[in-house]
Design a protein around this ligand. Structure first.
Ligand SMILES: *[C@@H]1O[C@H](CO)[C@@H](O)[C@H](O)[C@H]1NC(C)=O
Ligand SMILES: *[C@@H]1O[C@H](CO)[C@@H](O)[C@H](O)[C@H]1NC(C)=O
Ligand SMILES: *[C@@H]1O[C@H](CO)[C@@H](O)[C@H](O)[C@H]1NC(C)=O
Ligand SMILES: *[C@@H]1O[C@H](CO)[C@@H](O)[C@H](O)[C@H]1NC(C)=O
Ligand SMILES: *[C@@H]1O[C@H](CO)[C@@H](O)[C@H](O)[C@H]1NC(C)=O
Ligand SMILES: *[C@@H]1O[C@H](CO)[C@@H](O)[C@H](O)[C@H]1NC(C)=O
Ligand SMILES: *[C@@H]1O[C@H](CO)[C@@H](O)[C@H](O)[C@H]1NC(C)=O
Length: 512
């Protein structure tokens, strides 16, 4: 599946320095590949090393870059199926995730590499910063997700189009209030930002933290329509989704009172999908007995909200699953003598989640990894999903939740012991760990009722061949040669119908 490319802009001096201090949200703000903390306005970006264990850090040679863009982390290891950051989060809580990219020719090339972004088990989108980079801009992507577990992973991954190395400049994970975008079912969907506009802004500045307490970015939007300044301050809490108050300081309206207001928004052509749209309105006039406006809201010629009453206090209208395609327009048709007005808007793509791996399987694999040294570097994030980005050596069922059915780490230079937690991978059909330096005894795996092939040959296993192996009904291939096993080969195993068993050479069995 391919999702839309949504490049939101970020200039080389993107964040304004704010005068009044507010506590930053208790999230994570990382400057990737950096060795030092960086301040950006009132936000502190810290080095990323506590959240990722792969990739190489580098600094760009371009002088005078915004501090968080001046370093990056890139991922040269070609065989890895993804490169993941993991964040400790609160299960079920909603988060904003923002990834920031500035290529800076770190690899000595001229064009930014194109690669994928993944969030937990879901492909988020393709990262293509070519156009922005050519304009001298950095790029960012933003998504809203609910944490499915206690850990949220944000990964980049190669595709067949990736030349050079995937990279990342900065990353933000911010907790959101429960009420924000609450009409969307976050157990099934994520919302990926397409456009967030502050209509009628004349300053040319983006609004972000601390004006927006979640650090959502609101871009100035100006067209040929008239601009009016608000004469009344609103309260953010009065609006669904808590837009920043600054977004209401100016609005766009019509030149004549009875005229419809038409805006071509968002300015980008949309790929066919479902979208969440929220529009924010406020009557800009001083509060009084007549300061309200009534108009219809029409999206692409179809009624979105009929007879909307907009007062000086303001109002939000939204649609959760609006199907859209191509250039979109919004028309506001007055129902009285006063013209329509609009202050701000957001459009987010509704992204179906790709599913999860059964948590018990994830825990079992994590415990397995802890007991081994040298597990593959891509053993972070979701083990099974997206399916083309499962962990090296892990193959899964297509169920939701997905189950681990094959584990194949043949000749991966593993050492350490085979953890007892392997017994919890109860959907496992093939377990191949041959050609490593695994020592210790064979753990109890009698719960693996579906196991068909078990390859533990060419390791340093000790102890006896367990009797329960003969009770695994599906088992038809057992390789144990070239270990340091002793005792006897259980009779039941030798007699088991349809089992191909190889136990020698290289063990020290007593003659029976
Ligand atoms: C990345 O880092 C590794 C380990 O430090 C090093 O061996 C490798 O040469 C580096 N790769 C590149 C492309 O710089
Ligand atoms: C990346 O974007 C550029 C400019 O929009 C486009 O020409 C190019 O084909 C894209 N690359 C890929 C691999 O999609
Ligand atoms: C969503 O939040 C708003 C407050 O912003 C609240 O009035 C509404 O009841 C909430 N809806 C749901 C479905 O939780
Ligand atoms: C709105 O609030 C700002 C700062 O809080 C204040 O300077 C301004 O005068 C207020 N505007 C109105 C119209 O009350
Ligand atoms: C607005 O959208 C409608 C429906 O897609 C279309 O018929 C109309 O021409 C559009 N208006 C403009 C100015 O593009
Ligand atoms: C496991 O991996 C080895 C080496 O890559 C390969 O030869 C073997 O066929 C694989 N086994 C299974 C069951 O996929
Ligand atoms: C297997 O899973 C169960 C239940 O989730 C857990 O109590 C047990 O500790 C796990 N066993 C191992 C060896 O990890």
């Amino acid at each position: 599946m391919s999702f839309a490319i949504f490049l939101l802009w970020l200039v080389t001096v993107p964040f304004c320095v704010h005068s009044h201090q507010t506590e930053p949200p208790q999230g994570f703000t990382l400057s990737c590949g950096d060795a030092d903390d960086r301040m950006l306005g009132v936000q502190k970006f810290v080095p990323d090393t506590d959240f990722i264990s792969v990739g190489n850090a580098t600094a760009l040679k371009t002088p005078d870059l915004l501090s968080i863009l001046s370093t990056l982390r890139f991922f040269p290891e070609k065989s890895a199926r993804k490169y993941c950051y993991t964040f400790p989060v609160i299960k079920g809580k909603k988060y904003l995730v923002k990834t920031i990219y500035y290529y800076g020719e770190f690899d000595g090339g001229e064009k930014p590499p194109v690669f994928d972004q993944i969030i937990d088990g879901t492909k988020w989108c393709t990262v293509n910063t070519t156009e922005d980079y050519a304009k001298g801009l950095s790029s960012y992507y933003e998504i809203f997700v609910a944490a499915a577990g206690h850990c949220l992973s944000v990964c980049v991954a190669r595709t067949q189009n990736t030349i050079s190395h995937p990279f990342i400049s900065a990353i933000e994970v911010q907790p959101l209030d429960h009420s924000v975008y609450n009409a969307t079912d976050f157990t099934k969907y994520a919302l990926s930002t397409v456009e967030r506009s502050n209509f009628g802004d004349k300053t040319g500045n983006m609004i972000g933290f601390p004006d927006d307490k979640f650090d959502r970015l609101w871009h100035p939007f100006e067209d040929n329509n008239h601009i009016v300044d608000s004469h009344h301050n609103v309260s953010s809490e009065d609006f669904w989704n808590m837009p920043p108050l600054k977004a209401f300081t100016s609005s766009i309206t019509t030149s004549l009172p009875r005229k419809s207001l038409e805006i071509m928004w968002p300015p980008v052509s949309l790929p066919s999908s479902k979208y969440y749209i929220a529009l924010y309105f406020q009557d800009d006039r001083s509060p009084g007995p007549h300061s309200w406006r009534v108009f219809d809201v029409v999206v692409n010629g179809e009624a979105f909200y009929k007879g909307l009453t907009v007062t000086t206090k303001g109002v939000t209208v939204y649609g959760c699953e609006q199907p859209l395609f191509g250039q979109t327009n919004i028309t506001l048709i007055p129902k009285g003598d006063v013209g329509p007005v609009i202050s701000a808007g957001e459009i987010l793509q509704v992204l179906p989640l790709g599913g999860i791996t059964l948590p018990a399987d994830v825990v079992a694999l994590e415990n397995l990894a802890k007991a081994f040294n040298n597990t593959p570097s891509d053993w972070k994030g979701d083990p099974c999903l997206p399916s083309q980005n499962s962990w090296t050596g892990v193959a899964c069922s297509n169920d939701n939740p997905a189950r681990v059915v094959n584990l194949n780490l043949t000749c991966m230079e593993l050492s350490g012991i085979l953890s007892e937690s392997v017994a919890n991978l109860t959907a496992l059909q093939n377990l191949w760990l041959g050609g490593n330096k695994i020592y210790g005894s064979i753990p109890n795996m009698r719960s693996l009722k579906k196991l068909q092939t078990l390859h533990l040959e060419n390791n340093q296993l000790t102890g006896k061949i367990p009797r329960w192996l003969s009770q695994l009904g599906e088992l038809h291939e057992l390789f144990l040669q070239n270990n340091n096993l002793d005792g006897r080969v259980p009779d039941a195993l030798k007699k088991k119908n349809g089992l191909y068993i190889q136990v020698s050479p290289g063990n020290r069995f007593a003659e029976s």
